[in-house]
Design a protein around this ligand. Structure first.
Ligand code: MLT
Length: 301
């Protein structure tokens, strides 16, 4: 019988389905000090973002049964894929499951910063009635620059178009013929967009994609949304741009350090923030569970 370690939780339906299919499932989170040794007895490991499958963990698991690691989500930055590859361990993710949820959250942040939704919630609860202060803008008619036109970027583009936004995009793979939106080089997109939404992984070698220089290129009073990875945007530079008014608002779901330690950023009156909940919807989690089951089924069949 194949044994699966579910380290950061998984939908109950998915666990039940795996049991029905004859897998043994252990739903338990082990500390990094013991995880590697424990993994020797499992054929597969399922993680979300909390478990860090580092080189050290994989070295300790070496010589054991581990053949498959599944990231129940999109980003695989918490898994050392190079070491896994060296050790003949397959790494998979669930790229299809959460696109709509992340795209909806990006939109939610766009509405929030454009209309002061979070800030006015907070100030009203403190007894304030700042009607005059909260004159916002409409999303309709504005240009949305999407950086990273993968599944999430495309889902966001469709939803934003339905709201009357004009979508332009940039992508590391360049212009793609099957995408109907206008492709712009990064600097042109930065200069042209009223809203920018990021949907790219963090590039460890090159560092943050959006730094002081990029923020300076943006339109005065533009907005930036990051539901990708915290370090994609240099938080210090962003805070300075918010303070100077260069950037009118930022919607942030992801942080350089998680749980977040940058209090100045989350307390900024023109920041809308959420604690990395892009994929945290019932629908996305159900789909992630289904995708995890089918990956395991296919791999061990
Ligand atoms: C992902 O990579 O799937 C998303 O950022 C959501 C998450 O990490 O929980």
């Amino acid at each position: 019988m194949f044994r699966i370690l579910v380290s950061d939780g998984l939908q109950e339906n998915a666990i039940n389905k795996l049991l029905e299919l004859g897998f043994e499932v252990i739903d338990e989170h082990y500390d990094k000090e013991v995880l590697g040794e424990k993994l020797k007895d499992f054929e597969a490991l399922v993680v979300r973002s909390a478990t860090k499958v580092t080189k050290d963990v994989l070295e300790k698991a070496s010589g054991g049964k581990l053949k498959l690691i599944i990231r129940a989500g999109v980003g695989i930055d918490n898994i050392d894929i190079y070491t896994a590859h060296e050790k003949g361990i397959t790494v998979k993710n669930t790229p299809n499951a959460s696109s709509d949820s992340v795209a909806e959250l990006a939109l939610a942040h766009m509405f929030a910063v454009a209309r002061f939704v979070g800030t006015s919630n907070y100030t009203m609860r403190n007894g304030e009635w700042n009607k005059k202060k909260y004159e916002g803008i409409e999303l309709g008619g504005k240009t949305l620059g999407i950086i990273g036109m993968g599944r999430i970027g495309k889902a966001l583009a469709n939803k934003a178009t339905a709201l009357g936004m004009n979508v332009v995009y940039n992508d590391a793979f360049g212009k793609q013929d099957d995408i109907k939106y206008e492709f712009l080089e990064l600097n042109d997109l930065l200069k042209k967009s009223d809203f920018i939404s990021l949907h790219v992984p963090y590039d460890k070698e090159n560092g943050s994609l959006i730094r002081k220089e990029e923020l300076e290129l943006m339109k005065d009073g533009a907005y930036i949304i990051n539901c990708a990875r915290g370090k994609v945007v240099d938080e210090k530079a962003l805070l300075e741009a918010l303070d100077s008014g260069k950037i009118a608002g930022a919607g942030i779901d992801v942080f350089a350090v998680e749980p977040n330690t940058n209090e100045a950023l989350v307390n900024h009156p023109r920041v809308s923030c959420t604690p990395h909940i892009g994929a945290s919807t019932m629908e996305a989690q159900d789909r992630i569970g289904e995708e995890v089951v089918s990956v395991i089924q296919e791999f061990f069949s």
